[in-house]
Design a protein around this ligand. Sequence first.
Ligand SMILES: *Cc1c(COP(=O)(O)O)cnc(C)c1O
Length: 391
Amino acid sequence: MHSSILSTYKRSNFSFVKGKGSYLTAKNGKKYLDFASGIAVNSLGHCNAELIKALYKQSKKIWHVSNAFQISEQEELAKKLVKLTFADKVFFCNSGAESVETAIKTARAYHQIKKKTKKFKIITIKGSFHGRTLAAISASGQKKLIEGFDPLVDGFVQVEFGDHKLIEKVIDKQTAAIMVEPILGEGGIKVIPNVCLEGLRKLCNKKKILLIFDEVQSGIGRTGKFFSYQWSKIKPDILATAKGIGGGFPIGACLVTNKVAKGMKIGSHGSTFGGNPLACSVANKVVEIISKKKFLESINEKSIFFLNNLERIKDNHSNLIDEIRGKGFLLGIKSKINNSILIEKLRNNGLLIVGANENVIRILPPLNVTKKELKIALKIIEKTCEDINKR
Ligand SMILES: *Cc1c(COP(=O)(O)O)cnc(C)c1O
């Protein structure tokens, strides 16, 4: 098909005309159970009635106003996020990459402006994903992301997942921070164990450097806590989030402590659309719903049911499935056959999911998915495995 869109995405021929809850309807009328959720974005499903109401109500009041003025919807959202987390201050932007960019700049400014040192290096994990801006691809260092974009942004050092000794060794006088995804999403749903997060915190304290969590994918209830780090005993200094926070409306946020915030001054950073009233009104509703204790508990309860059944399917089809990974509804199936084959077959059977590195398929249902829908998805996964094994 000829397209006038710059071809940066490998798109399937599918197009959808309608979404409702956990379902998407294709052009040909066929309905699909959507467990990709726009890659962990549609956290409350498609066209959620409460979100529609919040958006509509705001759309009649005010759409956009410059950050040169007070924006009450933004103020309210920041207060909510501060109350729910380690953070004292929030910066709003429009995407995950921008929230990561803000995190990087804030870490550098903390050392260079507040502490008057020249520290700038940030240590990251090989195979991680932080977005597509020049700094974000430089942070990740993945070959497929950086190819053709030289020169990269200086100051990022990647270490192998789990190589604790190397992390300590690469810290030098120029190191400003360590930045990790508590669960590597794009990288293949690889969970960093709590003890390791706690170890990173200790190391950062000892070396007087900052700890940054990229929770663009793992945040906003996705793992069954409001933020994934809340499964551990420790807190970061800076946290980047986006994807699920707007439930489909583009918005990102960078959360920081008072200590770190002191490096950022008036004029240090900005975003024309960041914290836009429409985006914040929707996000206020998303955060209000997802942060409720009962709602988070329901995610964990449904996740345990789903995981137990996935393990059972794995045991019955150990020639196809290597491992089940993840937490809450940030789940991965490490496939033994080419993951794109599995993704296509599942889609033909009515279940939409996305791939990840390391031959993993990602299962990211809306967080308000029903148990009935989970059962349908399990049936589809089981049937797909049976069909493959029949031949
Ligand atoms: C998706 C993602 C990003 C980038 O978000 P965009 O909104 O695409 O810019 C950054 N970090 C992580 C962990 C992500 O999953």
